[in-house]
Design a protein around this ligand. Sequence first.
Ligand code: ASP
Length: 343
Amino acid sequence: MNNKVLIVYTGGTIGMVQDENGSLRPFAMNHIYDLVPELHRCSYQIDTCQLDHIIDSSNMTPSFWGDIAEIIEREYNHYDGFVILHGTDTMAYTASALSFMFKNLAKPVILTGSQLPMGVLRTDGRENIICALELASARQMAIPEVCLFFESHLYRGNRSTKVSAENFDAFCSFNYPSLAKAGINISFKPHLFLPTPDGPLEVRKRFDSHIAVLKLFPGISPEVVRAVLHAEGLHGVVIETFGSGNAPTERWFIDAIHDAIQRNIIVLNVTQCKAGAVKMRQYEASCDMDRIGVIGGGDITLEAAVTKLMYLLGTYPDDLDHVRRSLSLSLRGEMTIPDHCCH
Ligand code: ASP
C-alpha cells in the first residue's frame, strides 16, 4: 500500500494565483494538480482539504489553530503524514501552537508556504510543497513532530522564526539544528528528532489569549510598563529582555513586575537576541527578576513562548503552579534543557 498524505490548505501567499486582470486571488485546492503537475509523479497518495475560511495568516487566531488541529485529529489514522499550507507571516506561531496542542504525536505534521505566489513563474511554492510532501510521506523515516519546511530545510516547528520578508530562505532555527535537509538527496538527522511516543494522540485546543508581550528598550517609561501590566484581564506576560535575560534594575521596574506577579500574573523572560538563552542570575541585571519569581525561558523563541503561555494558561487555568513549572520544562523540544517530557 502506498503512503498517504493529507494537504491542509489554510491560505497565505502560496495559495495565490493571478486572475485575468492580474490581481492575486486564492486558488481552489482541487486545482493543485494544474499548478503542480509534478504531483502526478509522486509514488504516494495525496488528498487535499481546506479550512472553511482561507486567510492571510496575519488573521490567524487560536480558533483557526483549533480548526487545523481538528482536521488532523479526525484524519490522524487515515494518513501517514500531513502538510499544512500556510502564510509565512505567522507560520512559526502556528507551528509552535500545534506542537503544544498535540501530545504523543507520532506522525509528521509539516507546515510550508512560499514567498512568491504559486501562480508566479519563479515561485518557491512548488519546490516547498514537493519537498514537504516527500518528507511527510517518507516511509523509512516518520518524523514524530510538528515541523516547518522552507527552502531546503526542515526545522522543528517550535524552534523556527521568520527572518526575511524578501529572501526565499525566509526561516531560521537559531537554537536547534535542522531536522533534515533537501539537497540532491534528502538527509535526515533522526538523532535530532523527538522520541516516538508510546501513548495515543491527545489534542488540546484551549488557549488563553489574555497575555501580552512587553519588549524592553532603553528608556522605556514606567507609564508604558504599568499600562501593560494593568491591562484588564491579563493572565501572563512575556518580557523580551536584553542579552542573556537582563532588564533595568531600577526600583520602579522591579516593583511593577513584582506587583504583577503578586496579582498572579505569570511573567516569562525571553531574550530579544535571536540566538542564545536567558540565563537568570548570570548578571546582576537579572537577579532581582529571579528573586521576585520571573520565570526564565531559556533559549525559547518568542513564537514558542507566546503560544506555550497561551496553551498552558488555557489548559490549566486552575493550576498556576503547574503552569509555572511547565514553563521551565521543555514540553515538545522547544527549549534546550534535558528534561523534556509530555504534559
Ligand atoms: N501575508 C502572507 C501571509 O502570511 C504572507 C505569506 O504567505 O508569505 O498569509
